[in-house]
Design a protein around this ligand. Sequence first.
Ligand code: BGC
Length: 893
Amino acid sequence: MIGTLQLVAFIAIQQPALGVTGLRVEYLSNPLGIDATRPRFSWRIASAERNTVQAAYQVQVTRKGELIWDSGRTASDASVFVAYAGPGVASRTRYVWRVRVWDAKGRASAWSEGWWETGLLSPSDWSASWIGTATIPNDSLASPAPLLRRGFRVTGAVDRARIYATSLGVYELHLNGQRVGDQLFTPGWTSYGRRLQYQTYDVTNLLRSGDNAIGAMLGDGWYRGNLGFSGQRNLYGKRLALRMQLEILYRDGRVERVVSDSAWRANTGPVIASDIYNGETYDARREQSGWTSAGYDDHDWAPIALVDPPSSRLQAPESPPVRRVRELKPVGIRRAAAGETIFDLGQNFTGWARLKVRGPAGTTVTMRFAEVLDRDGSLYTANLRRASQTDRYTLKGGAQEIYEPHFTFHGFRYVGVSGLPAAADTGTITGIAVSSDLAQTGSFETSDSLLNRLQQNIVWGQRSNFIDVPTDCPQRDERLGWTGDAQVFASTAAFNMDVSGFFAKWLADAAADQHPSGSLPWVIPDVIRGDSVNGAGTAGWSDAAVIVPWTMYVAYGDRGLLERQYPSMRAWVEYERRQAGPDFLWQPGWQFGDWLALHSDDPSYPGATTLTDFIATAHVAHSADLVARAARALGKESDAALYEKLFQDVRVAFNREFVSATGRVGENTQTAYALALGFDLLPDSLVPAASERLAAAVRGRGMHLTTGFLGTPQLLPVLSATGHMDVAFGLLMQRSYPSWLYPITRGATTMWERWDGIRPDSSFQDAGMNSFNHYAFGAVGDWMYRTIGGIELDPRAPGAKRVQIAPRAGGGLTHARASLETPYGSFVSAWRIEGPLFVLHVTVPPNTSADVTLWETTSDRVSGLTGVRGVQQRGPNVVVTVGSGDYEFTASR
Ligand code: BGC
């Protein structure tokens, strides 16, 4: 038993006065195999004391124990994205770094240590060939997944071993009978023609002395499988190929490489077909038992063929990989009319089912996947369109068999299983949820259970659709990186999870796939390039080129990313400028417009169509404004002036064309007001009248929204910023159709693509476009965090260096709590109403500050003000400035 004194000592050691934690290099902690040659370091400061700031830091970097860079004691409060400035880094090298900080009182922390390892920085580091099967697969069909293998010898004591691997198609590596790593769908999905990722694995512990064997299985994946809604396949190429390099460093200093080359042998195995949309067919009788173990006899395997190298650049990942992230147990099992056994996993998600089965060899079990059930209780699959998402497993017989597919994923809640040799139980099927493995950074909870479910549905929508690329949906024959969806959801996404590396990766593809004209394709990576109108940029979609980098900058303070994307941002706005022409009005051709705005079946309501020239012109102004701000943040003053002028010119034209002297905007739709006010396009004098009209438009629809993809994200922010908090809350808490909570009253566990995916009369919307897992309308999450939670990031102090905390009560809520793990640490804003009192608990991390607003009160009616940095009365509100620490304010109103 630990004595009290020891315990006290232990706690004291655990919580030193000043510490450094959360060390990261670029976007990852201790990354293995990155390309950055001037990597940036970030750390967090731990301190139990209030008002802790970093006055200075020191970073040291060593290589093999030798100091190669010492920043020295640097007077600075920078603790996020501090760039390495030592000598050039070498490939395949481990660097150890450590950091310590000083606070304002001159006290130093202890050192904290982390590391990073470089990947293969130059094409000449690769000696491996590209290899594949000699037989060329049929172009038009999914063909059996090739297995490639070879044996090799380990001839001494191993110091360390790494594998660098990539593929055309997706790959799974096995070494001595063990799966290498836990990453899924490697090498990931990028603009394959230009950028191809490779992964680095530490395989030191998988090697053994003497005989070893390595093998790879390749799948069609995004590369040659079905992709796109017009039935295309082979979009990037027809032949699957592997490039891998195992590098063994022996203790005696020798280096040996085992690479993909002509010594490998090829065969096919149990995966008969595997396709992202259509699922996997697996025949366990065709497993090649022991094929990646030493001693396996591959004499009857075929020689491999060398495959022409792709022209793309090999790059290390910036984003965390896709992994299995959750397991779901069935909450119900039923027999459906057709004889299928239906497992309900209780949650719509992305992944697959793990099947446990025992029975005679040759028995085939079929698993079909669906998001919802039809009215007769059978699987509803019409909305999957051409994606059959069906897995088939043929048993080898004997002991219990466990199967999970390899190169496919499904969007589903229900699994319909047929062909089971014995009665099913809850152990037969387990749901395996997969996602880009992003750390959850935000939480949001209130006194209202439906609102809490909405938050969970948004998070599940994000988890389901962040599969290496931000996709529209995970179930039908689409699953593409739709730019419009991504831009409206990006800020919400950054509240829920750490998406810094995830979007950095996607933005690199956006820049890579951007047309020479500056136009951004509809989807990134661009796989619908055959479409004749795709060359034409679309408002609200192509604006992702500007909006997403800016959003990431505000959320994470990543100036390097903003700088890297700046040419792409600028190119898009220049494209818009040309489209708008001398009158600064963009009269575009084909546009998505305010996609999925309410088109009413109700004859008394004509629908909420906002004209596309209005939407397009508003977006030119908005993107010009954001590029001006980005230019200013980057110190590009002349560009800032240039785009500020464009913003003003478009604003003037917009007002002339679309705004009346009495504040009537466009076609008087909710979206027209939301965009005009949200993008700051109206003169101050018209804001009250216009916002009053917006509020009236909402009330006139019985407190219902009519907005689509583009209007929805702006709707509540505009209402709350213009003094219509009651209307904003009225919309959010609305349960009847159309509203955010309506789907929840119909059992939704993810965000729906359409407000009426299931109509009030229980019928389904048009199966041609009716996904139950689309995150776009989940963009309301941003407002929930910022307004109810009250955590508002400040673009002038990006990355949450300074934050506004100004939570609003309303909608009958009696308490709410939001937290956000930022690059500096965790902010918490938690409030409750206790009779006449409003009690607000705030946590502010070290090296940041916050302005906390207590609404409609005066400082003599606020308690908890001791130890704060400042108190001000601003109009009817009290604003308290605080440094780091925990605070509890009680205000009587
Ligand atoms: C996708 C969207 C996308 C849209 C373009 C749809 O098929 O699912 O979410 O933004 O097309 O309008």
